[in-house]
Every structure is written in C-alpha cells, then in structure tokens.
Ligand binder design. Structure first.
Ligand code: PRP
Ligand code: URA
Length: 224
C-alpha cells in the first residue's frame, strides 16, 4: 500500500485504502487527465486502469483445488470459488465493466443508476434491480470518480441492504475528503484507487481530476 502525502496516517485509513503506484498506471492516468484526450482514447485508458485496479482488488479471492490433466501429466490447479458481482455506477462506471469481465468472465453484473444532483451534489438513485435474496460473496463497486463519496456510499448502503458482506470500491481518482468520509462511515470496506487528489472545488469537482467522467466517456460534453 502506498501512503503518498501521508493521507493514511493523517486520517487513519490504514488497511482500507490502496493507492496504486505502478509507472504504467501513472502514465495512463496522465493521458486520461489531459483535456485534449478524445473520447475514444479516454475509454481505452479507463479500461486499462480498471484492469490494474481489479488485479489489485482481487488478490485475496478464495480458491479451491482444481486439478487438470495436461497432455503430459496431472497438474495441481486452482479455481475461484467465490461468487463475484461487478456493480458499475451509471453512467461512468460502465466503462470499467468489460476489462474486468475479461479477467473474471464468471462475474455477475448488477447495474446501479445514480447521478449527482447538479445543485446539491447529493446522489440521486434512479435504477437498482438487486434481487431480494442470494447476495454474492464479493461485490466490486465500479466508478472512476469518488468526489464527495456520496454516490459510492449510496451504493454501499444498497449492497449492505442486499446482504453483501465483502465490498470493495474501485475508482480511478478519489478526492482526499471523499475517501476520508467513505472510510470513516464504512470502515470495513476496502478502496482501490489510482490516485488521491487533494481538492474538491465549490462545485464538488475533483481538482486537478479529469472533469466529468461520464461526459468524457460517452462524448456528451457540452459543445460550444
Ligand atoms: C459522477 C461519477 C460518480 C459521481 C462522483 O457521476 O461518475 O458517480 O459523479 O461524485 P460523488 O462522489 O460526489 O458522488 P455523475 O453524477 O456525473 O453521473 P453520470 O456518470 O451519469 O454523468
Ligand atoms: N464527477 C465527475 O465526473 N468528476 C468529478 O470531478 C466529480 C464528480
């Protein structure tokens, strides 16, 4: 776990937050932040960073022995034995689904529709279809941006209500304040981020951040 900027000591996040420090993550993140990066490349970069985040976040998945016969001999092997759910927060979280499904093809995908009210920055839930029973063993909440933390905390509450015991958050950029809030209200949840940014501005945007992740992913930035 990295502790750049002393955040983890400062707010007691030890054990809850993993900030990636791989040079490839830093390289792709820099291109992602660039306002000149077009939507097609932005989507590719989100996919690459999501793959790195999921690699880190799935290191402790449980396996069971699963031997196979190679053309030459028996080989001892392993198979994942937990039910895993990907929970993308619409819209921007959708961009993280495919690369993680490539790595965990047996995962379930449960969509959560949440947007931030433009005036209040409070989360508004508009779509959720979790079934009443049989929660997965592990849920990965996918959202590239954790700003105030309101959206992921709404997702966390929904997953807790469903009965999911192990929940991890995968975000590309998190604000320091939002992370602090999430980890203090949900101390058992692990958060995996590519970077922690220092500032939330008056409109509750992350600074330096990357702007509006949903608009940049889906090429819906206001023209003009
Ligand atoms: C963005 C982002 C997160 C949320 C983060 O979504 O993808 O879901 O804001 O902000 P928070 O931590 O303060 O809640 P947005 O509301 O812009 O919806 P969209 O993806 O549909 O554009
Ligand atoms: N949502 C985004 O897409 N970007 C931010 O900086 C904050 C919320």
């Amino acid at each position: 776990m990295s502790n750049e900027g002393g955040l983890i000591d400062q707010v007691g996040l030890c054990g809850s937050v993993v900030e990636l420090s791989h040079p490839l993550v830093k390289h792709h993140l820099t291109r992602l932040r660039d306002e000149a990066t077009p939507a097609a490349e932005f989507r590719l970069l989100i996919q690459r960073l999501a793959a790195f985040l999921s690699y880190e976040a799935t290191k402790d998945l449980a396996t069971r022995p699963a031997d196979v016969q190679t053309p030459l001999a028996n080989a001892a092997g392993d198979a994942i034995c937990e039910r895993i759910a990907l929970v993308p927060i619409l819209r921007a979280g959708l961009g993280m689904v495919d690369p993680i499904l490539n790595l965990i093809p047996q995962a379930e995908v449960w969509h959560l529709g949440i947007y931030r009210d433009e005036e209040t920055a409070m989360p508004v839930e508009y779509y959720s279809r979790f079934p009443p029973d049989r929660p997965p063993d592990v849920a990965l909440i996918l959202d590239p941006m954790l700003a105030t933390g309101g959206s992921v905390m709404a997702a966390l509450s929904a997953l807790r209500d469903w009965g999911v015991s192990t929940i991890k958050i995968l975000s590309v950029i998190a604000s320091r304040d939002g992370l602090t809030e999430v980890v203090s209200r949900f101390p058992s949840v692990q958060v995996f981020v590519c970077v922690i940014d220092p500032i939330l501005n008056e409109q509750k945007y992350i600074v330096p951040g990357l702007g509006d992740a949903g608009d940049r992913t889906f090429n819906t930035l206001p023209r003009g």
